[in-house]
Design a protein around this ligand. Structure first.
Ligand SMILES: Nc1ncnc2c1ncn2[C@@H]1O[C@H](COP(=O)(O)OP(=O)(O)OP(=O)(O)O)[C@@H](O)[C@H]1O
Length: 420
């Protein structure tokens, strides 16, 4: 497909070409750049990838054509920051029909299989991370949503548990996605609010979750987009607009008479005490995780555990070689969530393994990265019906633990003898 449009913008000629892969903007358009230091002269010929074109609009009253797009600050650099640019051009009366058709054709193509103008419920936690979530949304994300003609229903969380209540009562037909501008805590609350509904499964399937990083760790965001882009508000905003839905498993965590749903990791041993022991260091950002881990490793403590585990595969070579899941989770319809494993007061099934030991790490995860630089579960898959368990028993010394710690950045701790 090749569509082109030639216009005169005052004394300047403007040429727009769309080929199904991207839009080429050429000539003397007026350009407005939001929060960018780029010089305007860079923008006389701009190739824009399809995924970065947000909208083309033609106003019949003002005869103004506008193109809203994200333009990489450095072309051909894969993870380059994106700048929001608005290109404007006046259109002669004689060219209005052609311009309208061009806009419509390009819009249909760039949003093929994707909802245009998504209705977004946006939840911002003003206290996330270092307290920048409101600013991130207002300055970086809101203009991108506006450029993509999304309808935003903005709400700030006012207290702990507020997002649970919001998700519990949300009109799931009124929104195309719920977007969190926060850390993983608000995502956790939204999932749990949905999970507590009588139509839990419908709500979880129907309303996708969009994630804008505003916290310290932003684990889900970096697992989806990588360690750099997962911290980039504009890239994640583009994901909310242009991304396709993917499913991920939830885990049911029960204790006493409580039950909640989790989507990341479950810790016991060094990693949990590292987290708890550095609560007062949140101002440090995600560096606190490293400090907490080193503190706990040097303490040299072991932790007692009794765990019953249904092991599907324990051979590390098989796990590494794209181990295919044969786990079939029962589809329990659209109503409330039901557990698929025995509850704590039922006997442990015969084919399960009991781990009764002193351990230093007992760490399960649905996602590969715990935090930036911590590829703890390199083979974890979001929707294979399995949890990956990293287990280090207590009979390994300080050097073994330090060895695991130094390899976790690349995921190579999986090959350490101490790691099961
Ligand atoms: N207005 C508020 N006042 C106090 N606490 C709040 C408010 N809104 C939300 N919270 C609580 O803040 C907790 C942490 O939020 P969030 O995950 O956004 O940030 P974070 O913990 O800094 O991020 P990360 O998980 O990346 O470390 C949430 O679990 C929520 O219960």
């Amino acid at each position: 497909m090749l569509h082109s449009l030639k216009l005169a913008n005052g004394p300047n000629t403007v040429q727009l070409t769309y080929d199904g892969i991207g839009l080429r903007v050429e000539g003397g358009l007026d350009v407005e750049q939001k929060s960018s230091r780029r010089s305007l002269s860079d923008l006389t010929i701009v190739p824009i990838a399809k995924v970065n074109v947000l909208s083309l609009r033609f106003d019949n009253d003002t005869h103004l054509l506008q193109i809203h797009a994200l333009v990489p600050r450095q072309h051909a650099v894969p993870e380059s920051p994106l700048d929001l640019c608005i290109f404007r051009c006046s259109v002669d009366q004689a060219k209005t029909n052609e311009t309208e058709t061009f806009c419509q054709t390009v819009m249909e193509n760039i949003y093929e299989g994707i909802i245009t103008g998504r209705r977004l419920k946006v939840l911002v936690n003003p206290f996330s991370g270092q307290g920048h979530a409101k600013k991130i949304f207002k300055e970086k994300v809101a203009p991108v949503f506006e450029s993509a003609q999304c309808k935003v229903d903005y709400q700030e969380t006012e207290y702990q548990g507020h997002a649970v209540e919001i998700a519990k009562d949300l009109d799931i037909n009124a929104y195309d996605a719920i977007v969190t501008v926060s850390g993983d805590g608000i995502i956790h609350e939204v999932i749990n609010g949905f999970s507590q509904r009588s139509d839990a499964r419908t709500a979880l399937k129907k309303v996708p979750l969009g994630v804008i990083p505003g916290g310290t760790g932003n684990a889900l965001s970096i697992c989806m987009l990588g360690e750099k882009l997962g911290f980039d508000p504009i890239h994640t905003a583009r994901q909310v607009i242009k991304g396709k839905n993917m499913s991920f498993d939830l885990c049911s965590v029960a204790f006493d008479d409580h039950r909640y749903m989790s989507f990341l990791s479950h810790n016991y041993g060094i990693t949990s005490y590292a987290d708890l022991g550095t609560e007062n260091m949140r101002w440090m950002g995600d560096a606190r995780t490293i400090i907490g881990l080193l503190q706990q490793i040097f303490k040299g403590e072991n932790y007692k555990i009794e765990a019953a585990v249904q092991i599907v595969e324990a051979n590390k070579e098989k796990i590494k070689s794209n181990f295919p899941s044969e786990v079939q989770l029962p589809d329990t319809g659209n109503g409330p969530i039901q557990d698929t494993i025995p509850s704590l007061n039922e006997p442990v099934p015969d084919d399960w393994t009991i781990i009764k030991d002193d351990i230093s790490f007992f760490l399960t995860s649905k996602t590969p990265l715990l935090a930036r630089g911590m590829l703890s579960h390199p083979c974890a898959e979001p929707n294979d019906g399995l949890l990956d368990l990293l287990l280090v028993r207590g009979n390994h010394g300080l050097f073994s633990k330090l060895d695991i710690f130094t390899k976790v950045e690349t995921g190579h701790q999986i090959d350490s003898d101490a790691v099961s």
